[in-house]
Design a protein around this ligand. Structure first.
Ligand code: TYD
Length: 203
């Protein structure tokens, strides 16, 4: 699904729906609202909703590490995220044959979080070379205090300074890769949702 406006003779605007499936990715720090918004969008456009770390066995192992129960080197964790993504991408590709896919976190989570954890960025990109290129990335940003208030379950990354640096890295990536950046601080769920829909209509 997507709509596009085209101008003919300077005054006729056509809205066309193309059949091609879209791979839509939501990124942002914990507490930015990406899970709520990605689910809402998927519901609205009838897309398949999915997330990372995924439900694969690697994804489950990652969650154990994130909860602090198991300690591994940051490079090992980067490799695990990349491995989980290889498994998950097979599912995404299959689902894209049937329709749109909305994904809560993908490749850019690895570039942002793992590089701030001091893993070399070229290494992260290299182990993620089989990741799919999203059609559109929504980066939800938020004031750090608001983000910390919103998160209920804590993982090893949910520390103020760390999240601040991750958000800065995301903003750097946004410029490089043309993400749609939406500030969710002091905005209602509906306001943010409407902005997202507005951007998709112009895509
Ligand atoms: P998140 O979706 O926020 O977890 P939950 O569903 O429990 O709210 O993701 C878990 C954490 O994993 C989050 O702090 C970000 C981190 N993460 C990475 O560091 N690299 C990655 O590649 C991914 C996908 C997530």
């Amino acid at each position: 699904m997507y709509t596009q406006s085209i101008m003919i003779n300077n005054d006729i605007i056509l809205f066309i729906c193309f059949g091609g499936s879209m791979f839509i990715v939501f990124e942002g720090i914990d507490g930015s609202g990406k899970t709520t918004q990605s689910k809402l969008l998927a519901e609205k456009i009838g897309a398949f909703w999915t997330y990372e770390p995924s439900d694969s066995s690697v994804g489950k192992f990652i969650r154990e590490i994130l909860s602090g129960n198991i300690k591994v080197d940051d490079k090992t964790l980067a490799l695990l995220f990349a491995a989980d993504r290889i498994e998950h991408t097979k599912l995404i590709k299959q689902r894209l044959k049937e329709g749109d896919v909305v994904c809560d976190r993908y490749l850019y989570s690895s570039i942002a979080y793992q590089s701030v954890s001091d893993v070399d960025e070229d290494f992260i990109k290299s182990i993620n070379r089989y990741a799919l290129e999203p059609d559109i990335v929504f980066l939800l940003i938020v004031d750090i205090e608001t983000a910390l208030k919103r998160v209920k379950t804590k993982d090893i990354f949910e520390k103020r300074d760390f999240l601040e640096r991750v958000q800065d890295k995301y903003l750097e990536l946004a410029k490089e890769h043309d993400f749609v950046v939406i500030d969710t601080t002091d905005k209602t769920v509906t306001e943010v949702h409407n902005k997202i829909i507005g951007h998709l209509k112009n895509k």
